[in-house]
Unconditional design. Structure first.
Length: 111
């Protein structure tokens, strides 16, 4: 389908390293919201033994970048985040995405 987009997700990490209280903070294209949330639901973090006393009160943010490969989707967000880039290969024989050139080197040109 050639869709690309960014999703910013907020969440908490429990003392057991599990993700809880997941919410979409911002999204360019809501079609990716549920995928970003589902990826975090299964995440497990290694946390220090004193996590409940220190880090548990901090809200964490991750920026998911969904893009075609090669893609021009920016991995920048308005706030500091650690981006997670999700790419998908095009199906052989699929028509080029709008704005791409057949047989190009895949580099992006911003106008």
């Amino acid at each position: 389908m050639g869709l690309e987009g960014r999703v910013l997700v907020g969440f908490d990490i429990t003392a057991q390293g599990r993700v809880t209280n997941i919410s979409v903070i911002w999204s360019e294209n809501s079609v990716f919201d549920s995928s970003a949330v589902e990826m975090l639901k299964g995440a497990r973090f290694s946390v220090p033994s004193d996590w409940a006393n220190g880090g548990a009160l901090r809200r964490w943010r991750v920026g998911f970048v969904f893009r075609q490969s090669p893609g021009c989707q920016s991995a920048e967000f308005a706030i500091p985040v650690e981006p997670v880039v999700i790419t998908g290969s095009r199906v052989t024989g699929a028509p080029p995405r709008p704005g791409s050139r057949p047989n190009s080197d895949g580099s992006c040109t911003k106008v």
